[in-house]
Design a protein around this ligand. Structure first.
Ligand code: MRU
Length: 379
């Protein structure tokens, strides 16, 4: 199959961001990722031919963000099945790639269950692999549909909370097309406001240490023509104090049964600031990010990442022969210890509303959340 993205980047750009796609070249099936580690400097594809390569891509954030991890995990199972690897072993490896985003395990289990069901019903390995792929594709499509619904519900909520429009929205991390089969979660709402001429300003937290805001959200905002301004994370307080934030919109990696929200580290301080300044703090996430088996925030496993992500900065470079394509620059003296949790937890009482594809929960209560999830999953 022709590699449209590599052959014609401009055409692909106009069709949206190719975050991940399944391909079947003559050498065998592959999962193709837009390598998010190289953005915004370069739009380069990463071709994963096996599960260890995909797990590495997940751990190093070539593919990232809760919904995209779920979709990639499901395709990873399909890849293992199609290439004749042990599906149980592959599913375990994928499931353990990153611990916090609940969507990952959800996607992996869904494709693996479809595969094992087909195999138990007597399907050939090829047929069972095709069933796993169909399940991954279905999840991919459903996520795109969920994005569109979240954008609608989110925009309606902003209209209700902030009549008059002209929203100035602060966001953290990256929650757009790069994390999704569709337009994303929180950034999809900002995008919908932008298309209606209602987005006055998107304030983009740079999101240290890996700069998902500066590298990825600014990249998406620029492509879609949003009025955006980048800020260092520690500038957010002064922005609230100046009265320049109308709402905070973030995504979620996992929402516990009590409504506690694990999201990119730095989300919780924004919730505290928002409460102090009487600004709505809105979480936008599909119901696949709600984990009824995790009772509360304390039970959410928070990924701890290597200290060098804080003590060094890694930049792309044009390599000399034999050199790697990146160079690391020290930000702290050699041997400095770093505290580097990937996520933090915002308690439900600081969250004004949770927007899902099935509607909005506000105030955030366990009963309200459970009711909405049951309704969405049965509908
Ligand atoms: O470490 P990352 O880049 O995978 O973290 C991503 C986030 O924290 C996003 O905000 C989250 O996945 C929600 S996006 C729907």
């Amino acid at each position: 199959m022709a590699d449209q993205y590599t052959e014609s980047p401009d055409a692909a750009v106009s069709q949206g961001i190719p975050t991940l796609r399944w391909d079947e070249p003559p050498e065998g099936p592959v999962l193709v990722l837009l390598d998010q580690r190289r953005l915004p400097a370069e739009e380069v594809e990463l071709v994963c031919t096996d599960v260890p390569a995909l797990v590495d891509a997940m751990r190093t954030l070539a593919v990232r963000g809760a919904p995209a991890l779920g979709i990639a995990g499901a395709y990873g199972v399909a890849l293992a099945a199609a290439r004749g690897y042990d599906v149980r072993e592959a599913a375990e490896l994928l499931d353990q790639a990153r611990p916090t985003a609940v969507n990952l395990g959800h996607g992996v289990r869904r494709a693996a269950a479809a595969y094992h069901r087909a195999a138990a019903d007597g399907a050939t390995p090829e047929r069972a692999a095709a069933v796993a792929l169909a399940e991954a594709r279905a999840l991919h499509r459903e996520d795109a549909e969920a994005s569109a619904r979240m954008a609608e519900h989110g925009l309606a909520l902003l209209d209700e909370l902030l009549p008059g429009g002209g929203f100035r929205i602060l966001t953290h991390c990256n929650t757009g097309a790069l994390v999704s089969g569709g337009a994303g979660t929180a950034l999809a709402v900002a995008g919908a406001a932008h298309r209606k001429g209602r987005l006055r300003r998107l304030w983009v937290d740079e999101t240290r240490p890996l700069l998902q805001g500066a590298r990825l959200t600014a990249y998406e905002a620029a492509r879609t023509g949003m009025a955006y301004t980048l800020l260092a994370d520690n500038a957010a307080g002064s922005l609230f104090a100046a009265g320049k934030v109308d709402a905070v919109l973030i995504g979620a990696d996992r929402i516990a049964a009590d409504g506690s929200v694990a999201n990119k580290v730095g989300s919780y301080p924004l919730a505290v600031l928002a409460r102090y300044h009487h600004v709505p703090f809105i979480v936008v996430a599909p119901t696949t990010s709600v984990d009824s088996a995790t009772p509360d925030g304390a039970a959410i496993e928070i990924e701890q990442r290597p200290g060098h992500e804080v003590t060094e900065i890694t930049l792309p470079r044009i390599p000399e022969p034999g050199q790697s394509a990146t160079a690391s620059v020290a930000l702290a003296p050699l041997g400095t210890q770093a505290y580097n949790p990937a996520f933090d937890v915002t308690p439900p009482d600081l969250v004004t509303a949770i927007v899902t594809e099935g509607g909005v929960v506000s105030p955030v209560t366990s009963a309200g959340l459970a009711e909405l999830c049951n309704r969405s999953r049965s509908g």
